[in-house]
Design a protein around this ligand. Structure first.
Ligand code: PBG
Length: 332
C-alpha cells in the first residue's frame, strides 16, 4: 500500500528554482510578438491624454513618429494605427481622403521606421462617420453591408499606397476580406497582407476606445459584431476569412474570449495561418484602474495577462502595453 504522506510523484521538483522553471516553461512572451495600437489626431500639435486609458494618448503626427521609433527600439515588430479625424460625415469621407489623417500618418510612420516595423492600419469607418457605425447606412438607418465593402476596398488601397504592410479590416462586414484582397491586387499591392479581424465580438470592453477615437456611436454594433454566446460561429467566420485570403486572423476581445481564441488557434494551425489577439481598451483600463488604486501589482499583472493570451494560442498580441512590456521583458 502506498504511503499517502510520502508521494512518489512530485510535480514540485520542476518548480524548485527559477532556472528549473525557465527550463520547463511551455509559453514564451517576447517583444517580437507584441504590436502597439496607436491613435493619431488630425490637427493636434501636442499629444492628448485619453482619460479612460491612463498612459495612452491621441498622438500628434510628430509624437506618433517618435512613439513608433521607440516601439521599434524596444523590439516590437509592428504598430497598428487608428486615425481621429477633425470632421466626420455620413460616409466617413475622411477615411478615403488621401490627405486624411490616417493616410498621412501611415506615410509618416512608414518613413520613420522603414522595414523595422510592420505598419498596420485599421480599415473601418467608425472613426470617420458622424453616426459612429463601422459602415455606411441605408436610408432606414441599417448598416449597409455591400455599400460598405466598396468603401473598405478604397480605404485599404489608400493605406497600401501610404505605406501599410498589413491592412486590418475590423468592421465585420461579410465579404470584406475578399473585396479588399481583390482591390489590393488590382492596384498592384500584391505584397500587402490582410490582418483580418475575423472573430470580433460585440463587447462592453470596447468602452474606453470610444473615447480614444471620439466615437459618435449611439446604440451598439450587434447587427455586425458577433454574439458573445457563440463560439461555433467564430470557427465559421475564421474559415470564411481564410478562404477569402486573410494572411493573419485575429480574435477580439482577448480576455473574455480565451476559450474562443484556443479553438480558433487550433483550427488556424491546421490551416497554416498565424493568429493574433487584441488585448482591448477595457481590458487595459480595468488593470490600470486596479493598479492605480493599489489593488493589484501592476507589472506582474501585465505580464501574466499577456502570457495568458499567448498560452491560449495567440502568435501575436495587440496591446497598449506593448512598448512597456517589451522593455520589462528585456530588462527581466
Ligand atoms: C473599429 C475598432 C474598435 C476597436 C478596434 N477597432 C471599436 C469597436 O469595434 O467598437 C476597439 C479597440 C479597443 O477597444 O481597444 N474600428
Amino acid at each position: 500500500m502506498s504511503d499517502l504522506l510520502r508521494p512518489v510523484v512530485r510535480p514540485r521538483r520542476l518548480r524548485t528554482t527559477a532556472a528549473m522553471r525557465d527550463l520547463v516553461a511551455e509559453t514564451t512572451l517576447e517583444p517580437r510578438q507584441l504590436v502597439l495600437p496607436m491613435f493619431v489626431r488630425e490637427g493636434a500639435s501636442e499629444p492628448t491624454p485619453i482619460s479612460t486609458m491612463p498612459g495612452v494618448v491621441q498622438h500628434s503626427r510628430d509624437s506618433l513618429r517618435k512613439a513608433a521609433a521607440e516601439a521599434a527600439e524596444a523590439g516590437l515588430r509592428g504598430v497598428m494605427l487608428f486615425g481621429v479625424p477633425e470632421t466626420k460625415d455620413a460616409l466617413g469621407s475622411g477615411a478615403t481622403d488621401p490627405d486624411g489623417i490616417l493616410n498621412v500618418a501611415l506615410a509618416d510612420v512608414a518613413a520613420e521606421v522603414g522595414d523595422a516595423l510592420v505598419v498596420m492600419s485599421d480599415v473601418c469607418l467608425d472613426e470617420f462617420t458622424d453616426h459612429g457605425h463601422c459602415g455606411v447606412l441605408t436610408p432606414e438607418g441599417v448598416v449597409d453591408n455591400d455599400a460598405t465593402l466598396a468603401r473598405y476596398a478604397e480605404m485599404a488601397v489608400q493605406h497600401a499606397r501610404a505605406g501599410a504592410g498589413l491592412v486590418g479590416p475590423s468592421g465585420m462586414m461579410d465579404g470584406q476580406v475578399a473585396v479588399i484582397r481583390e482591390a489590393l491586387d488590382a492596384a498592384g499591392h500584391t505584397d500587402v497582407g490582410i490582418l483580418a479581424y475575423s472573430v470580433k465580438y460585440a463587447s462592453a470592453f470596447y468602452g474606453p476606445f470610444r473615447e480614444a477615437v471620439d466615437s459618435a456611436l449611439q446604440g451598439d454594433r450587434r447587427t455586425y459584431q458577433q454574439d458573445g454566446r457563440n463560439a461555433r460561429e467564430a470557427v465559421r467566420e475564421l474559415l470564411l476569412d481564410i478562404d477569402e485570403g486573410a494572411d493573419i486572423v485575429m480574435v477580439k476581445p482577448a480576455l473574455a474570449y480565451l476559450d474562443v481564441l484556443r479553438q480558433v488557434a487550433d483550427v488556424a494551425a491546421e490551416q497554416g495561418v498565424p493568429v493574433a489577439a487584441y488585448n482591448i481598451s477595457g481590458e487595459y483600463a480595468m488593470l490600470e484602474a486596479a493598479a492605480a488604486n493599489g489593488w493589484i501589482d501592476r507589472e506582474p499583472a501585465i505580464l501574466e495577462t499577456l502570457t495568458s493570451i499567448r498560452r491560449a494560442g495567440a502568435d501575436m498580441i495587440l496591446t497598449y502595453w506593448a512598448t512597456e512590456a517589451a522593455r520589462l521583458l528585456r530588462d527581466a
